[in-house]
Design a protein around this ligand. Sequence first.
Ligand SMILES: [Zn+2]
Length: 402
Amino acid sequence: MTPLGSRLRGCSPPSAGQALPARRIAGPVAGGSPAFCNLPKVTGTSAAFGAYSRRGEPWRGLAALALAAVALLAACSRETPPRKAAASVPPAPLAGLSNAWAETEAFVNLGPKPSFSVEGAKAAEHIEGRLKAAGLEPVVDVFTDATPAGPRIFRNVTAELPGTTGLVVLIAHVDTKAGIATNFVGANDSGSGVGVLLALARCLRAEPSLPIGVLFAFVDGEECLVSYGPIDGLHGSRRLNARLEPRRQQIRGVLVLDMIGDRDLTVTIPRNATPQLLDLVFRAAHRYGVRNRFRLLEGFMTDDHVPFFDTGYPAIDLIDFEYGSAPGANDFWHTDKDTLDKLSPESLATVGAIVWDVIYSLPTSEVPAAVSRPAPRATPRRATVPRKTKPPIREPLRRPLQ
Ligand SMILES: [Zn+2]
């Protein structure tokens, strides 16, 4: 366990020439999650993370952050049995990951970007440009897929960084849902995932070597037109799943980032997730003092991890499905209230740091490269547990991470 204060470092921010212009629930998972200590809700944790990425005030209050983190971790150590140390996991470049805010802002400011629209094509171009600016070599996969409205053209943008062994796939969807409002920009759904992936791409590109290959996938067509089904929704992730089949043995994990920018971050991980990945996420969250911001849902969820999970890949969906005006509410989701002012740089960088930690933990973890078990029964589409049947949250989050 490394004190948070010693984890502060950063990859190169974008140079002047590169400057930026300004789901679904349904049963339990084996394995369970580690019994971490009950962290105080706001004192140490929120204060610490609020210090690291306040825009325009770089790294102010780092001493306070380090002290808070040490005090927090010391408090944990009194209650938590020792865990296997992730000795080979380098500290996340929190300064570099704070670029996720600028990336998200620029992407969201492109406006609505429904699939198979001119705006959707421009969104793919934007991501291609940002990946090139970060020194990666993006590939645009233009493909036609059946939809309830007939065949339509979609665009996936991918870029890969080589590593010593295996491959981890990071996914965010590019499209915004059509038919909500003319001003629906999908800041959280899924501008947030795109921003964090772009920041991670730049940071990981700056690493001298990677222990595992990383495939960044910006997929199109996550949103359905009518109702999720074989020809509606998840178009980009189903396409990517099929294209990765020849590399199945390489893949150690598929992580989807969707709706992870909420100021009041509560990552509600659906149970259709691979237990080993879930364990890595919870351990990483614990190390960074934000375990209380991550929990397991009681149900399944349909998102871009489903094509992979259902065909036996280790997969997990990092999604905050409590995106609303009050703790536990989700009333900003798929409304024109899904705007940048509901997000925070701290939440984006927090999730970026957790993903960074998982990437470096994967090569030595016991996540199988491929699972020989048959695919699980079909996952119910969308939310199948009415909100009113959800159990009350034991410890409602009352303050945002700032
Ligand atoms: Zn959506």
